[in-house]
Design a protein around this ligand. Structure first.
Ligand SMILES: CCCCCCCCCCCCCCCCCCCCC/C=C/C(=O)SCCNC(=O)CCNC(=O)[C@H](O)C(C)(C)COP(=O)(O)OP(=O)(O)OC[C@H]1O[C@@H](n2cnc3c(N)ncnc32)[C@H](O)[C@@H]1OP(=O)(O)O
Ligand code: FAD
Length: 671
């Protein structure tokens, strides 16, 4: 964080920091995943942010579309050099996935870098889908930025249904080439980040045909532009998809092929190969390993959701400590808006959710690494569980994060609507994560498939995998006894999930018994399947969050343990109150217990209040990364709002030319 001198800090924020009763740094270490991770992150920030400080003379949002893109490319090149020449020196290849790199990128780009997909999907797909020989060829070029890549899977006509993609890659053994073709308008690749004007290479997912047979979708590395002139190659039509709600500097593009040829070796051949004579050879032991990059990105998006929500919470909590409004007690000064319980209700759940998603995300990452290790040994048994886990966690974390970022904006009143608060840009960025890399509903339905199967296994007494082991106890189908202890609440959330899954399974069974096909019975049950999947995910987040807090605070100071547990309890109580209907249905909770729960929630808000600013300080965002007039460390909100306003091009002259062109003639009746 940029602390400045204490004299510059808003007096209310100063007082808040004096009130904080726990060691902020200890919490930072927990959030980062350990002291070593914090130190590494800070080192990366120190290197990168020296340069970021003077990267923009004019605020990004004041530029026109084309200038914004050019500016984003300029900054991406500066940033790439820092990554290559400085950051990789500090941590080696590990830097590419490090939180330090992710965070410092935000100091350079308020919107999105057109290189994001190069690093976020092009490089990971080379690592995940290429043979070692192919990696040796492509990876150094990509890391040196000699080539820039995009990931083009989605088409104009299909995003969700990958098997429905229309682009074809037909093998020609005579020349040992694949012929890429886009047979229809709807087969045009659409949306790929970095594709429109920036990338010269692209991973293209296409239906593979060889010896007259289709073998389904496979990934190919496709050169699309000349490395020197940057002109698209003949047979390639590429461009920008048009103005979007956000991501306007991400260069999302379209791509069409007209019988465009690439060498056979450009098929990514880790999981399947086409031999010179056109023989198709399946290498992978699991059908869906070609979807591996998506699983990887879904896993990372859980922490991405936490990161962005933490930024919004920092902005809104600091602002709420500075902002004073209304006069609830006559004759007394206007209170800080953070003192209003309704404001605490809006904001403390944001801090708690950021913790819940970050700690669950770190746990998911470890699970992902364990599954990868199994797969390296040829064991793919845990892949379905990882797919189910990453699908629902990606869906719920991105959805919660987007909704709560918007809540942070509401919590900042009119000033939250200013682009300079950074809340609108944060929202438009995060709300896209609910859609991309698998739409919310679609991914929850993927998890639901796994849950219904697990339920059937539970009913027949089979051993269940860890994340659904709770279904075994629930198979008895009795209401769970309510208790407002943490364990009791988690048991109740699991009972809700189990009850909903059971109801789905029964509904499908009932429908099929009366002659409905299994596919139709599934469709007729999807509204409840989505709800069941979400309940399962919520129970899992609650369990993982509490488990991680207990584990990570075991050796912490008492005050840190207390505040971390207060937040985690708040998260559980909040969701119990949000889902009272479900609890009444699946647990023994009654009216008096609900009243007790409401009181407990209000007590928790009051307990957390003195530590609110300390808690957001513990996210440890430097001002350069927050980019917010409302959320800077020093709380000079009004001064910053005025300074930013004066940077608007509309303030460059006291009278605009439109006055002379239109308003005056209108007033004089001469228009
Ligand atoms: C070097 C210097 C560089 C410097 C550069 C500086 C730059 C600075 C920037 C730095 C910042 C970096 C930050 C990085 C952040 C990363 C951001 C990434 C941004 C991403 C942007 C968006 C990208 C995209 O959206 S890509 C497109 C994604 N598309 C999708 O997700 C499509 C969703 N659809 C599907 O996943 C499937 O089609 C599905 C699952 C819905 C259905 O598939 P299906 O084939 O039809 O399967 P189905 O019949 O339903 O099921 C069969 C069976 O298979 C199981 N299954 C399905 N999927 C999987 C799977 N993935 N894994 C395992 N199993 C799977 C399914 O469950 C079924 O099983 P059964 O029930 O047992 O039959
Ligand atoms: C900002 C952004 C960046 C992107 N970047 C990339 C990229 O770099 N590369 C890339 O390849 N793609 C990218 N995408 C595309 C993205 O992956 C898709 O938009 C996403 O997977 C959703 O697919 P869709 O657009 O086809 O939505 P659709 O599937 O058409 O969804 C529309 C609606 O239909 C519903 N629906 C669809 N199928 C079902 C079903 N089976 N059951 C019930 N409901 C269903 C959905 O829930 C949704 O409500 C990006 C998208 C965005 C917004």
């Amino acid at each position: 964080m940029t602390k400045g001198t204490q004299a510059d800090v808003n007096p209310d924020l100063k007082k808040e920091r004096l009130k904080c009763n726990f060691n902020i740094q200890e919490v930072t270490f927990i959030i980062d995943g350990g002291k070593d991770k914090t130190l590494q992150r800070k080192k990366i920030e120190d290197v990168a942010l020296n340069i970021a400080a003077s990267i923009d003379e004019v605020p990004e949002e004041c530029l026109n579309l084309k200038e914004r893109y050019d500016n984003a490319v300029r900054k991406s090149c500066v940033y790439s050099n820092i990554v290559k020449n400085e950051l990789l020196e500090i941590t080696g290849l590990e830097a590419l996935g490090s939180p330090g790199l992710r965070r410092t990128a935000d100091a350079f780009f308020k919107d999105v870098s057109p290189f994001m997909l190069h690093l976020g999907m092009f490089v990971p797909t080379i690592i995940g889908q290429c043979t070692p020989e192919q990696q040796a060829h492509w990876l150094p070029k990509a890391l040196e930025m000699q080539i820039i890549g995009a990931y083009a899977q989605t088409e104009l006509g299909h995003g969700t249904f990958i098997r429905g993609l229309e682009t074809t890659a037909t093998y020609d053994p005579a020349t040992e080439e694949f012929v890429l073709h886009s047979p229809t308008l709807t087969s045009t690749k659409w949306w790929a980040g970095g594709l429109g004007n920036t990338a010269n290479h692209c991973i293209v997912v296409a239906q593979l045909y060889t010896k007259g047979q289709c073998h389904g979708t496979h990934p190919f590395i496709v050169p699309i532009r000349d490395l020197d002139t940057h002109e698209p190659f003949p047979g390639v039509k590429v461009g920008d998809v048009g103005i979007r709600m956000g991501f306007n500097t991400a260069d999302n593009g379209f791509l069409r092929f007209n019988q465009y040829r690439i060498p056979r070796e450009n098929m990514m051949m880790k999981n399947a190969k086409v031999m010179k004579d056109g023989t198709y050879v399946k290498v992978a032991r699991h059908e869906k390993l070609t979807y591996g990059t998506m699983v990887f990105v879904r896993v990372t998006l859980v922490m991405e959701a936490a990161f962005n929500l933490a930024k919004a919470a920092t902005i809104a909590v600091r602002y709420s400590a500075v902002r004073r409004q209304s006069q609830p007690k006559p004759g007394e000064p206007e209170p800080q808006i953070l003192d209003y319980p309704t404001q605490q209700h809006k904001l403390f759940i944001c801090i708690a959710t950021a913790h819940a998603l970050q700690l669950t995300g770190l746990w998911l990452w470890r699970t992902f690494e364990a599954v990868l290790a199994d797969m390296r040994k040829g064991d793919t048994d845990s892949l379905p569980e990882l797919h189910a886990l990453s699908s629902c966690l990606k869906a719920v974390s991105t959805s919660d994060s987007a909704a709560l970022i918007e809540q942070c904006r509401f919590a900042c009143g009119g000033h939250g609507y200013m682009l300079s608060s950074n809340l609108p840009l944060l929202y438009s960025f995060v709300t896209a994560t609910r859609t991309y890399e698998g739409d919310y509903t679609v991914l929850l339905l993927q998890t639901a498939r796994f849950l219904v199967k697990a339920w059937e296994q539970a009913e027949s007494g089979k051993v269940l995998t860890p994340t659904v082991a709770y279904l075994a106890c629930a198979a008895a189908k009795e209401k769970v006894v309510w208790s407002d202890s943490v364990d009791g609440m988690i048991r109740s959330f699991q009972a809700v999930a189990a009850g909903k899954i059971a109801a789905c399974a029964e509904n499908i069974k009932r429908l099929t018994k009366t002659g409905t096909s299994l596919e139709d019975a599934w469709q007729l049950s999807t509204v409840r399947l989505v709800a069941a999947s979400e309940a399962h995910c919520r129970a899992m987040i609650c369990q993982a969050y509490w488990h991680e807090v207990t584990r990570l605070t075991a050796s912490c100071s008492a005050s840190v343990k207390i505040v971390m547990e207060q937040l985690a309890t708040l998260y559980l109580v909040y969701w119990a109150l949000e889902t009272t209907g479900d609890l009444l249905r699946y647990s023994t909770i009654c009216e008096s217990e609900l009243n007790k729960l409401q009181l407990k929630y209000e007590e928790l808000l009051a307990l957390i209040r003195p530590n609110a600013v300390g808690l957001v300080d513990a996210f440890d965002f430097r001002d350069e990364i927050l980019h917010s007039t409302l959320g800077a460390y020093d709380g000079r909100v009004y001064e910053r709002l005025m300074e930013e306003a004066l940077k608007s091009p509309l303030n460059e002259t006291s009278v605009q030319s439109s006055f002379h062109k239109y308003i005056r003639p209108l007033a004089k009746g001469k228009l």
